[in-house]
Design a protein around this ligand. Structure first.
Ligand SMILES: *[C@@H]1O[C@H](CO)[C@@H](O)[C@H](O)[C@H]1NC(C)=O
Ligand SMILES: *[C@@H]1O[C@H](CO)[C@@H](O)[C@H](O)[C@H]1NC(C)=O
Ligand SMILES: *[C@@H]1O[C@H](CO)[C@@H](O)[C@H](O)[C@H]1NC(C)=O
Ligand SMILES: *[C@@H]1O[C@H](CO)[C@@H](O)[C@H](O)[C@H]1NC(C)=O
Length: 408
């Protein structure tokens, strides 16, 4: 569920990205490798021959490459991301998370452009927890880019920190051409929760991370709401033109649709819009939005699983995430919220733009005000608005033509 036009990231930003110390090579750095081993020597001799001194352009990726391969553990001391670096560690948050055990779940395919960033932020989480409180579960399949390389590196780094993990690279769970897309997604989302189901890690909380640019502080913030009693809290995800992206999954607290807006008019009801504008939790019927914190009891106690709908006459063939929320409402997990201040994005340009306009995600007074939050419980709506996806659709677009209201 991501915009397809990653390539929109401008060359300028690619260069900026390359300068950000990262723990593995993104796609753009592959170009860098060719540069270093093929073009650079050629240029070197050319420059020698011409006796020119201006070496700046070729020196920078070279130094970068050397640093990454030589001092593989040093990236954490450096600032992972120009965007997240203003977020400082808040010891108070650690205190409220003392009893937490968190499973970080990630499904990824062709995430080479974003995995270095995600991996670094996952490692940043370790500032807030003791190693035994974290478990990182990743399932990668079907990638044709540097995803595997990044995940190998992440595994090493987690092991070096004694953080347990189950990182499956190049899994044979792949979606065949004719496979139902939602059935496949439900399967891989359940698979990544396996350490929870098998009892290998008895998580209290689960964090789902999509292929989004995010900061560790945003994850901490979502978790604090869940510690406070929420069943599920999502961020907001942004795509092209700084507009809200996940309109297919998100439904407001009345089960109604939301808009791809750049401001709080995402929500249609006055009450929800107001909460959003005040930066308060907005209750919703369903959400996903690229980053989710959940109470693990939804899976471990209520035994809910991701699922798909293949036959007509059952529930609406909605996203596995909408169906998860539907099943939560049916099992008395009535506290599903969006934190409108937690904004993630599918490309770096959008993410840095959003961040440059946003306030601090986490500080002492924010943590304290979350601790004072009184979470209301809402009654489920009778119906929710669903845009069914054709079971064998190969498109990402929901089939909006047949949208209608379905019983909860
Ligand atoms: C990382 O960021 C912090 C805060 O912005 C800054 O003080 C520090 O010098 C940076 N470290 C490096 C190695 O760039
Ligand atoms: C639990 O983890 C251990 C050690 O990583 C592994 O060997 C074992 O297969 C896991 N058990 C299950 C049921 O997944
Ligand atoms: C919010 O965004 C919508 C379009 O997405 C726009 O029409 C509206 O004027 C904006 N409202 C404010 C207060 O900026
Ligand atoms: C914390 O962040 C909020 C929102 O950005 C800001 O209004 C507040 O002044 C900050 N408080 C402290 C103590 O830094």
């Amino acid at each position: 569920m991501k915009p397809t036009d990653w390539k929109l990231v401008s060359e300028d930003l690619q260069k900026k990205l390359n300068r950000i110390p990262i723990l593995c090579l993104s796609d753009s750095c592959r170009v860098g490798a060719i540069f270093i081993f093929v073009i650079l020597p050629a240029l070197y001799f050319a420059v020698l021959l011409l006796g020119q001194k201006n070496f700046d352009k070729v020196a920078s990726p070279h130094n970068y490459f050397k640093e990454v391969t030589v001092s593989k553990n040093s990236f954490l001391e450096r600032n992972s991301s120009v965007v997240c670096k203003k977020e400082e560690y808040v010891p108070l948050a650690s205190r409220y998370l003392e009893e937490a055990s968190v499973l970080v779940a990630l499904n990824i395919r062709n995430g080479g452009h974003v995995l270095p960033h995600i991996a670094t932020e996952i490692l940043q989480l370790a500032k807030y927890f003791l190693p035994h409180q974290l478990f990182v579960s990743v399932l990668e399949s079907g990638s044709t880019d540097t995803s595997g390389l990044c995940l190998h590196k992440l595994t090493e780094e987690l092991n070096a920190r004694n953080i347990r993990n189950r990182i499956i690279i190049n899994s044979d769970i792949v979606r065949g051409r004719r496979d139902n897309r939602i059935m496949f997604l439900a399967r891989i989302r359940n698979e990544v929760l396996e350490p929870l189901y098998s009892g290998n890690f008895s998580a209290k909380y689960v964090v789902f991370v999509n292929d989004v640019f995010l900061c560790a502080s945003q994850i901490i913030r979502l978790l604090l709401h869940v510690v406070q009693g929420a069943d599920m809290v999502c961020g907001l995800d942004y795509g092209k033109h700084l507009r809200f992206y996940d309109t297919w999954v998100m439904r407001d607290i009345h089960g109604g649709p939301v808009s791809a807006s750049e401001n709080c008019s995402i929500f249609h009801s006055k009450a929800s819009m107001q909460l959003c504008e005040n930066g308060k939790l907005v209750p919703v019927f369903s959400c996903w939005n690229g980053l989710v914190g959940m109470n693990a009891e939804v899976f471990s106690k209520s035994n809910i699983r991701f699922r798909s709908v293949e036959r007509t006459g059952e529930d609406c063939p909605a996203s596995e995430c909408t169906l998860l929320c539907l099943d939560m409402w049916r099992n008395k997990h009535h506290r599903i919220y969006v934190d409108p201040q937690v904004k993630v994005a599918y490309d770096f340009t959008t993410f840095s733009t959003i961040f440059s306009h946003s306030n601090s995600i986490l500080n002492k007074s924010i943590v304290n005000s979350i601790r004072e939050e009184k979470l209301e419980t809402f009654l489920p709506p009778k119906y929710y608005f669903c845009e069914p996806l054709h079971p064998y659709s190969t498109r990402d677009d929901p089939n909006r033509g047949r949208a209608s209201w379905y019983p909860v």
